[in-house]
Design a protein around this ligand. Structure first.
Ligand code: PGA
Length: 247
């Protein structure tokens, strides 16, 4: 499988900047690696119209656990699917920390998104304090158990991806070393194989946390790293193209 690079634009980029990004991408993107883009939800239609001709999937960074109803300000995964959306990022550490989302709340969102027919990238990862107190594996294991509980009927091997993002590496310039990342990815692979005996072993595992052109090759060379979830280095087309192996 080609490695996958997912741009998580967070609450960044203007309309003009997005047009410029896709102009640049169009000139050089070769599909050597797969590229997906997650803009702010309000920029979905714009991004989709520019990404479609390139075969680049477009997703959003959060969604509701409800299908429809009186939930002011929320985005239904079913409406997003109806608009042509491809995937949703759920459980990002910024959602967990700033918006107090727990793994069990995220579990409901994952179920709704999968039921709507979207692909889901479920993010997990430990904080610096948790790493320093040797809790990485137990935290990641809890996030897997709670976030992915009772998903059996919803997954098909193609609609669930995991992103391991050590919180201390996100937006800080500190990257887990390739060995550190591989270590946790291999643990996650094992947990998923136990959880989903038929499909778990093959679910794509992305690494996130200060992935950039200088460290991407080493990270992607690891056996259990199938791609990356990228914030800062995905905001500029030249950097993102470099991550995609096209520069
Ligand atoms: P970063 O963000 O690449 O800027 O560290 C990654 C993420 O938050 O998904």
């Amino acid at each position: 499988m080609a490695k996958l690079l997912v741009a998580n634009w967070k609450m960044n980029l203007t309309h003009e900047e997005i047009i410029h990004f896709f102009d640049e991408l169009t000139k050089k993107y070769t599909h050597k690696r797969q590229a997906w883009i997650a803009p702010q939800a309000i920029h979905f239609s714009l991004s989709q119209s520019l990404a479609r001709p390139l075969g680049v999937a477009v997703g959003i960074q959060n969604c509701s656990s409800f299908k429809n109803g009186a939930y002011t300000g929320e985005i239904s995964p079913f409406s997003f699917k109806e608009m042509g959306g491809d995937f949703v990022i759920l459980g990002h550490s910024e959602r967990r920390q700033l918006f107090k989302e727990s793994s069990s709340m995220i579990n409901l969102k994952i179920k709704a998104a999968l039921a709507a027919g979207l692909k889901v990238i479920y993010c997990i990862g430990e904080t610096l304090g948790e790493r320093e107190s040797q809790q990485t594996f137990s935290i990641v294991s809890d996030q897997l158990n709670q976030g992915l509980s009772d998903l059996g009927p919803y997954i098909n091997g193609k609609n669930l991806l995991l992103a391991y993002e050590p919180v201390w590496a996100i937006g800080t310039g500190k990257t887990a070393t390739a060995d550190e990342a591989q270590n946790v990815h291999s643990f996650i692979r094992g947990e998923l194989a136990l959880k989903f005996p038929l499909l778990g072993h093959g679910l794509p595992l992305l690494y996130g946390g200060s992935m950039k052109p200088e460290n991407v090759e080493k990270l992607l060379a690891q056996k259990d790293i199938d791609g990356g979830l990228v914030g800062g280095a995905a905001l500029k087309a030249t950097d993102f193209l470099a991550l995609c192996g096209d520069i």
